[in-house]
Design a protein around this ligand. Structure first.
Ligand code: C5P
Length: 398
């Protein structure tokens, strides 16, 4: 494999595992360019890495032997992937906050996530890992498109037992290979994702809505973008930042989501409808705030079923629906798949621990048009997105 990887090593005890990762990458045929921080050199010698890679190791921003003054830009210009292993709380904090005070942090500020992936293999003490500042930095980086390899639980160098150990070099190697293999497998494919709740107004200050956070849809949009798709994200109101590089449409009501989605539909090859669209809306919205008074009777009318309409109009499009249920999961999901003319329905029991709205994880079953079904284990919404995209790709190839 003739691919160039920039490998950052920071100052944690897991730096020695960075040497093992280097060995594995070189053995796989990667060209590995190592960049070390000052603190990393207290744990392991640059000579170890230059011997393993057969290349000089860079550690200063300016003035190294035979070093260009724009080395940070050169390193970030055309790698196939950048990985930092171990990534300490410090480098994660710098990357999240735009601080560039040494070579590696400057390279991380010059990255082009739309061109290549960046993996940060977090490693630190459990208390640091659970510090709100670190958690916030990690989730900010994830939202921006960095891939964070979560640390594992086990014995830590400080003598404590807990979460914080860097993922093993073999695991990182397979994550790197998987990430590179998935890069661009959606090149030339247009993916339309709907996400979040809708809001159905009752009066100018009140609305009907639901608990959807939009996380599943945003994770799918990000994953499709990472894999080279042209992505349209139509979203109801959420607190999330749209992933970089997607074409974003903010909507509020089911009717607005219907209008935008149907306009974009002819452009789409794959449509994934994670949005929790309101099934009913108030028959009329008052122009003024309703005053407190006598008992109020509300009449609700159906809002348009977007997916049903897409199912009727579909030509080349591959349609994926989501079914959040609290009872009779598989029977309801199967009947929705048939009724709405879908190719896959992703069913989840939102009463189950670890599944559903407002969570970072999900547990789902996939039901296929041909009658097949598949149960997936508990996983993060980011991982699940890639699993779903893998299945869609396989079905479309048949
Ligand atoms: O029928 P139900 O609402 O459970 O179906 C869920 C699927 O249908 C989801 O994919 C959802 O995005 C979609 N849907 C829709 N328009 C509606 C209701 C649901 O597109 N009005």
């Amino acid at each position: 494999m003739d691919k160039k990887i920039v490998l950052g090593i920071t100052g944690g005890i897991a730096a020695y595992k960075g040497a093992e990762l280097t060995r594995l990458l070189v053995k796989e045929g990667f060209t590995v360019q190592v960049v070390m921080t000052e603190a990393a050199k207290s744990f392991i010698m640059p000579l170890t890495f230059s011997t393993l890679t057969g290349r000089p190791v860079y550690h200063t921003l300016f003035g190294g032997p035979h070093q260009s003054s724009t080395l940070h830009i050169d390193l970030a210009r055309d790698p196939h992937l950048i990985v930092v292993a171990p990534a300490t709380a410090n480098i994660i904090g710098k990357a999240a906050n735009g601080i560039a005070d040494d070579l590696l942090s400057t390279v991380l500020l010059a990255v082009r996530l739309e061109k290549y992936p960046v993996i940060l293999a977090a490693a630190m003490n459990t208390a640091m890992l659970h510090n709100p500042a670190v958690r916030q930095n990690m989730s900010l980086l994830r939202r921006r498109g960095f891939i964070i390899a979560d640390p594992l639980a086990g014995e830590l160098a400080c003598g404590e037992v807990g979460e914080g150990r860097m993922a093993e070099p073999e695991q990182l190697l397979s994550l790197i290979k998987r990430t590179l293999a998935k890069r661009d497998d959606y090149g030339g494919v247009s993916v339309l994702v709907t996400a979040g709740p809708t809001r159905e107004p009752l009066d100018p200050v009140r609305f009907f809505s639901n608990h959807s956070s939009g996380r599943m849809g945003y994770a799918l949009a990000r994953a499709a973008k990472e894999r080279g798709a042209k992505v349209y994200l139509v979203s109801g109101p959420t607190s999330l930042e749209p992933p970089a590089g997607v074409e974003f449409y903010a909507v509020a009501t089911a009717q607005e989501m219907y209008d935008v989605t149907l306009t974009l539909f002819p452009e789409a090859d794959v449509v994934i409808k994670t949005a929790a669209v309101a099934d009913y809306r108030p028959a009329s919205a008052s122009a003024h705030k309703l005053k407190k008074g006598e008992e109020l009777q509300l009449r609700l009318v159906h809002s348009p079923d977007i997916l049903q309409e897409l199912g009727k109009r579909k030509k080349k499009q591959f349609l994926v629906g989501f079914a959040a249920e609290t009872a009779d999961l598989l029977i309801s999901a199967r009947s929705k798949l048939e009724q709405k003319n879908l190719d896959i329905i992703v069913a989840n029991d939102v009463m189950q621990e670890g599944a559903g709205f407002e969570k970072e994880t999900n547990i789902v079953q996939l039901l296929y048009r041909d009658g097949g079904a598949e149960e997936l284990p508990l996983m993060s919404k980011a991982e699940l997105s890639h699993e779903i995209l893998d299945r869609i790709k396989a079905c479309r190839q048949h």
